[in-house]
Design a protein around this ligand. Structure first.
Ligand code: EPU
Length: 300
C-alpha cells in the first residue's frame, strides 16, 4: 500500500489538524491509540474538503462527537478521525411564538440544557446530565427514562460521508427507536429542535429531577456511560448484578461496583481490558438468561 501523505491531505483545512494524535485525549474513557490524522474542521467548507479528499484517496474516515460513548482500540485508527466539535453554533429562535433551537452537531449538550433552563424553555429537560455533543446524541438517540432527543427533533441536516451532498431530513426519516437511528453512515451536522415556552421554575425542577437520575452512576472516573442497551423488559445493569459480576476487574478496567452497566477505567485500562470485560459480561448473561446484550457504546 502506498504511504498516505497526510500533510498534503490536510493542506488548507481550517481548524485543528493533528497527526498521530492519541485518541485517549478525545474519549471520555481516556483510552485509545493514535489516529493517523485527527481533524476538527473549523467550518463546513473544511469539513466538506476533508471528506471529499478522503473519498478521492480511498482513505477511511470516522466521524466522532464528544467521545462520550466511544471506545477506541489501543492500536489506534488507520485513516482520518473527524471531530465535529468546531461546528458548534446554537441559535435560540422565537418565530412568532414558535420556539426552536437551531444547533450544530459539535455543540456540547450540557450548556444547552442549562441555557434552556435559564430561559424557561421546555424541551431539553430529559437530556440533563448526559455528556457529549448534540451530534452524538442525535445519532444514538441519547436520553434518560424521562425521554430522548428524538422527542424534540424537528429536522436534521446531514452530509454524505463523501462530502458531496447535504440534505435535511425529518424526524420520521431518521428512523428513531430506543438508542437507535439510521444516521450511522452520514455526518450529522446540525438540527432544529422544537422547544416550548415553559414556566421557568417548572423547567428547572424537571431538569433537576433528571439530573438526579445519575445518582447511583459512577462520577468523576473515566467511563462511557451505559455500555449496553437495556434489553426489552429488563435492565442491563440488573442482569450484570444478578450475574455477580459487579466489581470484577481486568487489567485497569472494572465493572462498576455502583452500577453494573458501567465499565470504568481505574487509571491505566487498555481497550482490550474493556473489551475483555464486555465479552465476559455478554457470555455470563447469555449463559444465565439467554439474553444477548447489545452494545450501546461505539467501538472504532
Ligand atoms: N439496577 C440494578 N443493578 C445495577 C444497576 C441497575 O439492579 O447495578 C437496576 C436499578 O435498580 C433499576 C434498573 O436497573 O431498577 C435501571 O437502572 P437505572 O435507573 O440506573 O437506569 P438504566 O436503565 O441502567 C438508563 C440509561 C442511562 C440513564 C438512566 C437514567 C440506558 C442503557 N441507560 O440507565 O443512560 O442515565 O437510564 O434515566 O438506557 C447512557 O445511555 O449512557 C446512560 C447513562
Amino acid at each position: 500500500m502506498t504511504e498516505i501523505d497526510y500533510a498534503t491531505l490536510s493542506e488548507g483545512i481550517e481548524g485543528v489538524v493533528l497527526m498521530d494524535e492519541p485518541m485517549s485525549r478525545h474519549t471520555m474513557y481516556k483510552i485509545g491509540g493514535p489516529a493517523d490524522l485527527f481533524v476538527v474542521p473549523a467550518d463546513r467548507r473544511s469539513l466538506t474538503a476533508i471528506l471529499q479528499r478522503c473519498t478521492e484517496g480511498n482513505i477511511p474516515v470516522y466521524i466522532v462527537g464528544g467521545g462520550a460513548n466511544l471506545l477506541v482500540h489501543d492500536e489506534g485508527v488507520r485513516g482520518v478521525v473527524v471531530n465535529l466539535g468546531g461546528l458548534k453554533r446554537a441559535e435560540w429562535r422565537d418565530d412568532a411564538g414558535r420556539l426552536s433551537l437551531h444547533v450544530e452537531a459539535g455543540a456540547v449538550l450540557a450548556p444547552l440544557v442549562a441555557e434552556a433552563e435559564r430561559r424557561g424553555w421546555s424541551g431539553l429537560e430529559s437530556l440533563a446530565g448526559i455528556p457529549g455533543s448534540v451530534g452524538g446524541a442525535l445519532v444514538m438517540n441519547a436520553g434518560t427514562k424521562a425521554g430522548s432527543i428524538a422527542d424534540v427533533v424537528r429536522e436534521i441536516e446531514v452530509m454524505t460521508l463523501d462530502g458531496r451532498e447535504t440534505k435535511t431530513i425529518s424526524r420520521e426519516e431518521a428512523g428513531y427507536g430506543y438508542r437507535r437511528s439510521v444516521l450511522c453512515d452520514v455526518a450529522v451536522i446540525a438540527a432544529v429542535l422544537d422547544m416550548k415556552q415553559g414556566i421557568p421554575e417548572e423547567v428547572k425542577a424537571a431538569t433537576n429531577v433528571v439530573r438526579g437520575y445519575r445518582k447511583g452512576q459512577p462520577v468523576g472516573v473515566p467511563c462511557a456511560g451505559s455500555v449496553f442497551k437495556n434489553p426489552p423488559g429488563d435492565f442491563a445493569g440488573r442482569l450484570v448484578e444478578a450475574a455477580g459480576l459487579k466489581g470484577q476487574r481486568l487489567g485497569g478496567a472494572m465493572i462498576s461496583e455502583q452500577h453494573g452497566n458501567f465499565i470504568v477505567n481505574t487509571g491505566n485500562a487498555t481497550a482490550w481490558d474493556v473489551l475483555g470485560l464486555i465479552s465476559r459480561i455478554q457470555q455470563k448473561v447469555l449463559e444465565n438468561t439467554g439474553i444477548e446484550l447489545e452494545l450501546e457504546i461505539k467501538i472504532i
